[in-house]
Design a protein around this ligand. Sequence first.
Ligand SMILES: Cc1cc2nc3c(=O)[nH]c(=O)nc-3n(C[C@H](O)[C@H](O)[C@H](O)COP(=O)(O)O)c2cc1C
Length: 456
Amino acid sequence: MKIVVLGGSPKGENGLTHLYVRFLRARFPPHAWSVQDVSATITSWEIDESNFSECIDAVRDADGILWAFPVYFYLVPGQYKRFIELIFERGLEDTFRGRYAAVLTTSIRFFDHTAHNYLHAICDDLGLRYCGFHSAAMDDLLRENERERLLDFGQNFLSALERQIPTARTYPALSERVFHYQPGPASERVDTQDKRLVIVTDLENEESTLGGMIRRFREAFSAAPEVVNLRAVDIAGGCVGCVQCGYDNICVYRDGFRAMFTGKLQTADIIVFAGSIRDRYLSSLWKIFFDRSFFNNHVPAFAGKQFGFILSGPFAQLANLRQIFQAYTEIQQANPAGYVTDEFGDSAKLDALLQNLAAEVVRLDTAGSIRTPTYLSIGGKKLFRDVVWGQFRHVFPADHRHYQRHGLYDFPQNNYGMRLMNGILYPFTRSRAMRMKTIDKLQELRKKQMLEIIGE
Ligand SMILES: Cc1cc2nc3c(=O)[nH]c(=O)nc-3n(C[C@H](O)[C@H](O)[C@H](O)COP(=O)(O)O)c2cc1C
């Protein structure tokens, strides 16, 4: 069998993901494996067609495709996202259609599932026969049981190819409607109350629906919010994953990204993200924006701010993307003030929704509202806490200092009140009857306290 590996690490052969691929290649020698370092070389591919054609030829020649990449910011690296865009832009879907595919990632398993959902859906959109995934934690290759699991994954994939198993689409195709937004005049102006409000966008065409939405939204305020167009920012390239920033939060790139991020976004009270859906995410430029913000490492960059989202495209059909935005907002300790999309195909309704979003971002910021966290950020923060305390402490000392200073190492063993209570109560759990009595007593006590707070 011929397997083409589409390598997604910006570090190419020097990346960790590559070692997992090498392990599979070494364990399944009768098969012909070819590796295309997509993310490490995509920038030159855009200029020089020949390398891109070589990669597409390798896909054409292969029986199976292994998408192998590190999880970057809930998804694939921005460079890999660009490769996916190029496949659709250049109408190359036929090259992929009908081939078998599987996905292999390395990560700390923070939102690896949203990255996998995304790539599975892309496989479906390309007509690939998706056979499953393997999500490796960074050090898994050092553990025997995890090596077994990786082998199992490889075996299952190759066996699916050999047996030509039937597969079915999981993610329905997106249905997109054509809609020309005609913005109406703003009925009233929201007083910005001297708040700093910034719209970040990758807008390409002022005459597009997104352009109209941004214009109409800006008109809703007494003072038009500033627009930061990522296309006008000097961004030298995507994150290369060197983690030099782990020492002091300084990125190796010396371009305009950091000044834009810290000078314009971190000083704002309200940030509105405005973009168009491209495949099943925003554009690769947006992805590069999020990846490059990694210089903040595992520390929230936008605590206490209001976030709004203005989106053009089939967002309601992209539950995965909604979850990414929700998780991102929560992890940043910001508040999701609202999402407005153009999916309804109704200009008057869109006017009203944009006007309402304008009023909401100001109202919520004035009230200091931050919605309750959900599992997405509670789970995510615990994972960050554990890796920053453990395996990452020497890689991300800036994180470690921040976590120490802000009491973020809130492991249960530091909770002396809880330890004392458990020490007293735990012996009672030995007998079934005593255990039930203890639980009842505790619940009664808690209820009493709550009723006192309610005032009943
Ligand atoms: C910019 C950036 C973003 C990352 N985002 C995530 C993430 O969202 N979830 C996660 O589990 N790991 C994340 N990681 C960790 C990488 O996935 C992990 O280190 C991976 O093994 C790197 O593989 P490579 O050496 O092949 O590039 C991120 C790393 C970088 C540099």
